[in-house]
Design a binder for this molecule. Structure first.
Ligand SMILES: NC(=O)c1ccc[n+]([C@@H]2O[C@H](COP(=O)([O-])OP(=O)(O)OC[C@H]3O[C@@H](n4cnc5c(N)ncnc54)[C@H](O)[C@@H]3O)[C@@H](O)[C@H]2O)c1
Length: 263
């Protein structure tokens, strides 16, 4: 029996990357999945692949998302899981961001998560409760230069997660995942444009590789399953140890013992 047998799930941003991998893993574990994405063709392709249903929607439009969630719930025959995963990135100097770019990132990454809660919670409360997971980022807790609006939006997702967890316990468990560097359409351009970045992340990530979408999907499935029944309000970092770096004495161990700790 699968970890999500009989569950009914909505996944936003399900047409690509982490969302697509999670739609597949949820289905393998017995869930029925509605794939939501701005790119309706991508959502349809994934839905066809997993035997689910597809809907085109912009998560940054709360009323449109509510209509689509209502339609998805009607099609699934109920709701037990929401994965708020749709997100976009931007990179610039803070003072050079146009207010419209700031608004766009916050609208999709933060308002989109609020809009997901707003649309799905009435259905979860009307049923037997369930689980909500949202995709934050290591950038929310360890921001890098150049990603101000992105980092701010992801920090806010973690805060919203904790607030919602308190508000809806014990009926709905609410958690976030914070991926590290994962190979998807979002990050691929960086590896293509700047040579040596793949090797850099392989070198600086303690588990020795860049992440794959399935590394996150497995954790989302876990958080939505009964295995995580005592976990709520958390922001789970899934980064292969990348953010462990940065202590004041980082690198001294390697100086003393060599790169492999064998010196
Ligand atoms: N890839 C990484 O390294 C990484 C790291 C940390 C966090 N994240 C987060 O993971 C999530 C998934 O990103 P990914 O890496 O799989 O990227 P991706 O670009 O492969 O997938 C994102 C999906 O979201 C959809 N989308 C974008 N805007 C939307 C909107 N307004 N409404 C509905 N759908 C929309 C896109 O069409 C796409 O299918 C994002 O929230 C991202 O911020 C990714």
């Amino acid at each position: 029996m699968g970890l999500l047998e009989g569950r009914k799930a909505i996944v936003t941003g399900g047409g690509s990357g982490i969302g697509r991998a999670t739609c597949r893993r949820m289905t393998e574990e017995g869930a029925q999945v509605a794939v939501l994405d701005l790119d309706g063709d991508a959502a349809s392709t994934v839905a066809k692949d997993i035997g689910g249903v597809a809907f085109a929607v912009d998560v940054g439009d709360p009323d449109a998302l509510r209509d689509v969630v209502d339609a998805a719930v009607a099609s699934l025959g109920g709701l037990s899981i929401l994965y708020n995963n749709a997100g976009i990135g931007e990179f610039n100097r803070l003072h050079e961001y146009q207010p419209s770019e700031w608004d766009r990132v916050l609208r999709v990454n933060l308002t989109g998560v609020f809009a997901g809660f707003r649309a799905a919670i009435p259905h979860l409360l009307a049923g037997d409760g369930g689980s909500i997971v949202s995709t934050a980022s290591i950038s929310g807790t360890r921001p890098a230069a150049g990603e101000g609006p992105y980092s701010a939006s992801k920090a806010a997702v973690a805060a919203l997660t904790a607030s919602a967890a308190l508000e809806y316990a014990p009926t709905i468990r609410v958690n976030a995942v914070s991926p590290g560097m994962i190979r998807t359409k979002l990050t691929e351009p960086m590896f293509e444009v700047f040579s040596g970045q793949l090797e850099r992340f392989e070198r600086t990530t303690p588990v020795g590789r860049v992440g794959e979408p399935e590394d996150i999907a497995d954790v989302v499935v876990f958080l939505c399953s009964d295995l995580a029944r005592f976990i709520t309000g958390q922001n789970i970092v899934v980064d292969g140890g990348l953010t462990l770096h940065g202590s004041g004495v980082d690198g001294i161990f390697e100086l003393v013992f060599g790169e492999q700790g064998q010196g």
